[in-house]
Design a protein around this ligand. Structure first.
Ligand code: BDR
Ligand code: CA
Length: 311
C-alpha cells in the first residue's frame, strides 16, 4: 500500500513537537512532504526554529523541508501561549541549535506548490496551530483543494468549553477568521477538539513509559510531555491533554476514534464567545467532529510508534 502523504502545519509548541516526533517515527506509513510553521504558541521565528530542532532530533528526515509562514493572524491581534509552552515554546528543554537546512520558501507558497503537485494522489494536511497559512493558501489558490484528501485539525471545542476563554480553544481563538475560511471551504475535515483531547490526559506513568522506550527521541518526547504537564499543572492544576499528537494518532488508528458529521462555523463577533466553534451536526456535513476516543488504546499506539526509534 502506498504511504499516506502528509504536510504538517504547526506552531511548536510542546505538543506540536511530540506530534512531529510521532510523524517521523511512522515513516513506514507516512510520507512527510514538509512542515510549515505559523505564529501561535510563540512568535513565528521561534516556531520555525523549534520545528527544525525537532526535525534534527528525529534524525531520520533532515531533508524534509521546513518552511516559515504567517508571522501574525489575518485580522485579530497576535496572541501567544507561553504559559503552557515556556518562553521558547519548548518548555525550557536544552536542545541543540537547529542544523538542518532552513527552506527559504514561504510556507504558503510551499503549500500551494506541493498541493498542486499532489492532485494525482491527494495529500493529507495536518494542522496543529492557528489556521492562518492554510486560509491564505486556500484563498490564493482554491484549486489546491484537488490536491487534498483531508484536513485533520487540532482545534475547537463544543461540549467541553474552551481553554483560553470559557468558550474558545487556543488555535481557533488565535485566528478565528482563518479557521472560518478553512471550515467554510467544503474540504473534507477531521477535527480533534478539546472534546476528545480532554479525554487524553497524560499522567506521569505514561510519561515514564515513553521515557523507558530508551531511544534519544523517546527520551526527548518524555521530556516534552513532562514539561507540558509541569506547565499545565501550574495553570490548570491537572495533567496536560495530548492535544496535537491526537491528529497523527487519528490518522494512524481511525478505529480508535468516534465522531459525528457536522458543518462548523466560528464566532467572529467581538464578545465573550469570540473564537468559539459551533458544530452543526448533520448527515451532509463535510467535517468529522471527533467526540470519543479509546484512551488506553491511543496511548498504546503512541508508545508503539515512539518505540520504533532505534536505541
Ligand atoms: C492547542 O493550543 C496550543 O497551545 C497547543 O499546541 C494545541 O495545538 C490546544 O488548545
Ligand atoms: Ca499547537
Amino acid at each position: 500500500m502506498r504511504k499516506r502523504q502528509i504536510i504538517i502545519d504547526c506552531d511548536p509548541g510542546l505538543d506540536d513537537a511530540v506530534a512531529l516526533l510521532l510523524a517521523f517515527a511512522a515513516t513506514d506509513r507516512l510520507d512527510v512532504l514538509g512542515i510549515t510553521t505559523v505564529a501561535g504558541n510563540v512568535r513565528g521565528g521561534l516556531t520555525f526554529r523549534n520545528a527544525r530542532i525537532i526535525r534534527d532530533v528525529a534524525g531520520l528526515d533532515r531533508n524534509v523541508p521546513v518552511c516559515a509562514g504567517a508571522p501574525r493572524p489575518l485580522v485579530r491581534d497576535p496572541v501567544t501561549a507561553e504559559d503552557f509552552h515556556g518562553t521558547t515554546g519548548l518548555g525550557g528543554l536544552d536542545l541543540p541549535k537547529p542544523k538542518g537546512r532552513a527552506s527559504r520558501q514561504h510556507a504558503v507558497n510551499f503549500l500551494i506548490k506541493t498541493l498542486r503537485a499532489t492532485k494525482g494522489f491527494p495529500a493529507t494536511l495536518v494542522v496543529t496551530g492557528p489556521m492562518t497559512n492554510v486560509a491564505l493558501a486556500l484563498t490564493m489558490a482554491p484549486d489546491i483543494a484537488e490536491g487534498l484528501s483531508e484536513i485533520v485539525v487540532m482545534g475547537g471545542a463544543d461540549r467541553e468549553g474552551g481553554n483560553i476563554t470559557p468558550h474558545a480553544e487556543f488555535n481557533i481563538f488565535a485566528d478565528p477568521h482563518a479557521a472560518q475560511t478553512v471550515f467554510q471551504s467544503g474540504i473534507a475535515m477531521r477535527v480533534l477538539s478539546l472534546d476528545v483531547t480532554h479525554q487524553l490526559l497524560t499522567d506521569d506513568t505514561m510519561v515514564e513509559r515513553v521515557r523507558a522506550l530508551g531511544s534519544p527521541q523517546a527520551i526527548i518526547a518524555a521530556d516534552l510531555l513532562a514539561a507540558s504537564n509541569r506547565l499545565e499543572e501550574s495553570v490548570k492544576a491537572r495533567h496536560a491533554p495530548l492535544h496535537d499528537p491526537s491528529t497523527l494518532l487519528a490518522l494512524l488508528r481511525p478505529d480508535l476514534f468516534e465522531g459525528r458529521k457536522a458543518r462548523v462555523s466560528v464566532v467572529m463577533e467581538e464578545g465573550e464567545r469570540f473564537g468559539k466553534t459551533l458544530p452543526d451536526y448533520r448527515h451532509d456535513g463535510h467535517v468529522e467532529w471527533c467526540t470519543d476516543v479509546d484512551k488506553e488504546a491511543v496511548f498504546a499506539e503512541l508508545l508503539g510508534q515512539l518505540g520504533r526509534y532505534p536505541l
